[in-house]
Design a protein. Sequence first.
Length: 433
Amino acid sequence: MGDSIEKRLTDLYFGNEDIICEGFPGAVNRQRAAALEQFSVAGIPSRRNERYRYNDMREVFGGEYESYFTPVPGTAGVCCGLPVEGPVLPLVNGFYAGADPLAERPDGVIFGSLRAAAGRYPELVGRWLNTAADNAGEALTALNTAFMQDGVFIYVPRGVQCAEPFVIPCCYGSEREARLCFARSLMVFEADSSAKLVLDYRTLTGDRFLADSVREIFVGRGARVELTEAVRFNEASTQVLGSYVRQEADSHFQNLTVQLGGGLSRINYTASLDGPGAESHVYGLYLCGGADRTDIYTGINHNVPDCTSYELFKGVVAGEASGSFNGRIFVAPDAQRTRAFQENHNLQLSDSSHVYTKPQLEIYADDVKCSHGATVGQLDAEAVYYMRQRGIGEADARKLQMFGFVNDVIAKSSFDELARHLGELAVGKIESL
């Protein structure tokens, strides 16, 4: 490998292996070497990789970053910037920052630090951790598997209904340092349970961050889980998020992502529908201005018959920003009676901005109902003219039309107050485009 990026990262791992592995059971730590080998062979994806053709990840990971393998206080008073109430599970620079490392409720719910959970419940963590993540196919996930030290752990036992959402601020703060951070989260929802998750990814300072995060979510038979997340990074930083969801029979999972721009955001979302009757809803909104870049890949795998998936992603791109959506629906040979729908719609507000969209269907069954579609366009001049004729200024008419466009996604959230707040954030972003 010479002095390649891969060699620098591999040397970084072996120079800190004892610290990185501390607190995790041997079964988990033994997986790190295999993941590091997979990362070394595959390497940081280049533009030649079809999934990464629109952004140069090698340039991002080739930068100079400080790497800390023990918690370093990044900022004080970390809290969620979204209007929701519930148990707060804060992460700072990839490390759990809650007052108590692990909470155990009388109903059997466990939540807190992944590292603390691995030490106290090694069999539980070892049973699930690294069983959904695609280390072989995604080098950046394999890199996280090697370096992971902490993150959020949530376990909800069979039949438990969680009344309050789990609130997870994922914050990044520093003092004039560029940092490379890894966070790994594991969330397990057993059969017939229900829960809601609210995540707030944001940088709290103007320093440069590279956050390589992975989460694994397991939704048991008949369980219902809803996840809503907002992403607000500064323009100098990069978010790389690998989200892996596995669903059993008759489960229902909804994921809503609101990307409010800032730097480069690369999101890989993979869902595996492994039991009949499983239903997946994936919604996304990206608002990009200036030099923002949002790059989204989704892979929805219908592995068994009688499953349903819905995808709706919308983007507004202005300035010199770029937005890309690459969505793939896979239907296995015996996955009959699949229902799968995918849409991606974009507004391109400037000649110097770029939008790339590639919806895909890969179907190996004959009794299915599947569709996909994509559009890239500008604001409707007739609608703007209609509003101007009724006394609305041109600027306000354009904003109203954009808000109507994006609100279709935000309204999917079941949190009324949170949806209103996300709408206000979207309006603020739109006004800056």
